[in-house]
Design a protein around this ligand. Structure first.
Ligand code: PLP
Length: 404
């Protein structure tokens, strides 16, 4: 085992590719013109903006005029929901979403409830999947919007977006999907899937932080979220972040071109990781669907172990990972996603998310598994609950005389 850093938190953010940095650099220095001006110095900025829009349109199968660049995935989610609620208010005040959305959606929905909207938060099954039948049953005459994430950021479950899109279309209801984790990881075609709005973010695909996009189908009436200048066809004011948008475009271009081979490799490594962990670490379980899962996501629970302690010990071994509790927000509540799939609090507390990227190697995975085995064993040795459990087990086994 070496002392290098092993980065297994690609769902949190990713390292910017060298080619992406190179694509961004000219727009800080030589091509610094404001894309809204008419002089030729700004031509480079204008064409970078258009090129990135074209790349995104090619990936999603839409027109480039339907792509709006934003400041992040959270902004795209806020915009889609708040502006749709406002624009379609005369038609109704009901939104359907799920219990496992990212907080950018959940907190926006909670805010909208305070403004008089009604929100249904759909349950998910033990794998984190939304049931299209339940969705259909939740539709009311006043439903104006369905927002279901493409893939979950914690457990990696990929939702039945195509079926959901078909139901939304059948009822004439707008369909938004938060594809921040799925964009360029799985094929997405907005027309075939009946998606009316879609959020994505550059920093999840080896692009820069602070740039996102919202796809808005032509004809969807939502208005501007940021008021000011006429940028983004009068729908999103603010001087365009040209370096960021150029970087997003280049990152998406590479991610889309390498998708099949890159995600195939990640899937193989992920399955190897899952199989070894479940086989070699007792009382462990995989959270999320085994098959309908993002290529780079593995999420485990280890009984009798605290997620935070695991993270600290992994960090000491140079391994970056995430756990299933929201300690960063000052509370040690287990994640809403793990609770929604039915995990009891104590199991949800012992959760660990490992997310792979294009730079992850088999050696990284092997080293991580070896460290993880040691860490879980060490933490269990310190756990009175585990001691009681093992004692109980020995007594039960002794009583039945079944140790042979
Ligand atoms: N939606 C999902 C599913 C995410 O995973 C994230 C980021 O983790 C976001 C939205 C927010 O994206 P951003 O960090 O660009 O605001």
């Amino acid at each position: 085992m070496s002392n290098r850093v092993i980065y297994l938190d690609n769902a949190a953010t990713t390292r910017v590719r060298r080619e992406v940095v190179d694509a961004m650099l000219p727009y800080f220095t030589e091509e610094y013109g404001n894309a809204s001006t008419i002089y030729s110095l700004a031509n480079g900025a204008k064409s970078a903006l258009q090129k990135s829009r074209d790349v995104m349109a090619g990936i999603l199968g839409c027109d480039s005029s339907e792509i709006y660049f934003t400041g992040c995935g959270s902004e795209s989610d806020n915009w889609a929901l708040k502006a749709a609620a406002e624009a379609y208010r005369a038609r109704g005040n009901h939104i359907i979403t799920t219990k496992i959305e990212h907080h950018a959606i959940l907190h926006t929905c909670q805010w909208l409830e305070k403004q008089g909207m009604e929100v249904t938060y759909l349950d998910v099954d033990e794998n984190g999947l939304v049931d299209p039948g339940q969705l259909r049953a939740a539709i009311r005459p006043t439903t104006i919007l369905i927002s279901v994430m493409f893939a979950n950021n914690e457990i990696g479950t990929i939702e039945p977006v195509r079926e959901i899109g078909a139901i939304a279309r059948e009822h004439g209801i707008l369909f938004h999907t938060d594809a921040v984790q799925a964009f360029c990881q799985v094929p997405i075609r907005v027309d075939e899937m009946n998606i009316d709005m879609l959020s994505a973010s550059a920093h999840k695909l080896n692009g820069p932080k602070g740039v996102g996009l919202l796809y808005i189908r032509k004809g969807v009436k939502i208005r501007s979220f940021l008021h000011g200048g006429a940028q983004e066809r009068k729908r999103r004011a603010g001087t365009e972040n040209i370096p960021g948008i150029a970087g997003f475009g280049r990152a998406a271009e590479i991610a889309a071109a390498t998708m099949e081979e890159r995600t195939g490799r990640e899937r193989e490594l992920r399955d190897y990781l899952i199989e070894r962990v479940l086989r070699e670490i007792p009382y462990s379980r995989l959270n999320g669907s085994r098959t309908k899962r993002l290529p780079g996501n593995a999420n485990f629970s280890f009984q009798f172990v605290e997620g935070e302690s695991m993270l600290i010990m992994l960090d000491m071994a140079g391994i970056c990972a995430s756990s299933g509790s929201a300690c960063t927000s000052g509370s040690l509540d287990p994640s809403h996603v793990l609770l929604a799939i039915g995990l009891p609090h104590e199991i949800a507390h012992g959760s660990l998310r490992l997310t792979l990227g294009h730079e992850t190697t088999k050696e990284d995975i092997d080293d991580t598994i070896e460290h993880l085995k040691e860490i879980v064993a060490k933490l269990r040795d310190m756990s009175p609950l585990y001691e009681d459990f093992m004692k109980g087990g020995r007594e039960r086994r002794g009583g039945k005389n079944d140790v042979q």
